[in-house]
Ligand binder design. Structure first.
Ligand code: SAH
Length: 244
């Protein structure tokens, strides 16, 4: 029996945004691994083993997925959104680097709709010009590096998508981010708070950064800060295609 590992993105929440490629991989899977709330989005069926795990277990989950695939199982490792964006694909390659025994495992990375793109589509086209994405979690990098990247992104006039803006374990970081961006001269820019996009709890709010409060974000939010030209037209927010 030849095993395989598909590292798949389930999109931002709505099942309509799961790609046909990911659905096909799930239909053929013998084992599905992932953070418990993502595994819960995969319908149970006869013969499918579900392996939910804790949020911080990325590396051991990745090793377990490689091990099962090496044993001949058809494994799908699920992430929300896209598996390559602040998610499991990098963890699998880290595990592969540490365990050359698994170098023959057939691996595929199956893209998904990342939260940033789903949020942008709801707002209009805030990522229509040059942009960057920054993960505000300091689990795996020092806070100083986050601040440095934010300052440089503001100076370069990128639109900025912020993942993991605020959590119970980091209640103050996002307030510091807003202060830093105000100090960097971004107070007049538009900021979009996109909460639980494409789920029944979806909420989208756009305001001037000077008027934003840290409590407007939580772990289910994706935040987009416009560039200096980002503007409104009717109920939409967009970044013009040209810059000078
Ligand atoms: N791989 C995922 C990102 C995982 S990091 C992706 O590509 O989307 C988790 C962060 O993603 C959350 O803290 C939040 O910032 C964002 N996120 C995930 N799903 C979201 C959704 N439905 N609405 C808004 N933000 C979401």
């Amino acid at each position: 029996m030849t095993g395989s590992l598909a590292i798949a993105g389930l999109g931002p929440g709505d099942a309509a945004l799961i790609t046909p490629e990911v659905s096909a991989a799930l239909a053929e899977a013998s084992d599905v691994l992932g953070y418990a709330s993502y595994v819960a989005r995969v319908p149970a069926r006869q013969g499918l083993r579900l392996h939910p795990s804790d949020n911080r277990m990325e590396l051991s989950r990745a090793s377990e997925a490689l091990k099962l695939a090496a044993e001949g199982r058809k494994v799908v490792l699920v992430s929300s959104g896209d598996p390559g964006v602040f998610a499991m694909a990098s963890a699998v390659f880290e595990a592969l680097e540490a365990s050359p025994d698994y170098s023959d495992v057939a691996i595929r990375v199956l893209p998904g709709v990342t939260a940033m793109l789903a949020a942008a589509a709801r707002a209009g086209a805030p990522l229509g010009h040059d942009f960057c994405a920054i993960n505000l979690s300091d689990n795996l990098k020092p806070w100083e590096l986050i601040e440095r990247r934010l300052r440089l992104a503001a100076e370069a006039d990128f639109s900025i998508a912020l993942y993991n803006p605020r959590s119970a374990s980091r209640p103050d970081g996002f307030a510091r981010v807003l202060d830093l961006l105000r100090d960097a001269g971004c107070g007049e820019r538009l900021i979009i708070f996109a909460h639980a996009v494409t789920t029944p709890k979806e909420r989208i709010e756009t305001l001037r950064l000077d008027d934003a409060r840290a409590e407007m974000a939580d772990m289910s939010s994706l935040v987009i800060i416009g560039n200096s030209a980002t503007r409104r037209v009717g109920r939409w927010v967009y970044a013009p295609r040209r810059a000078s």
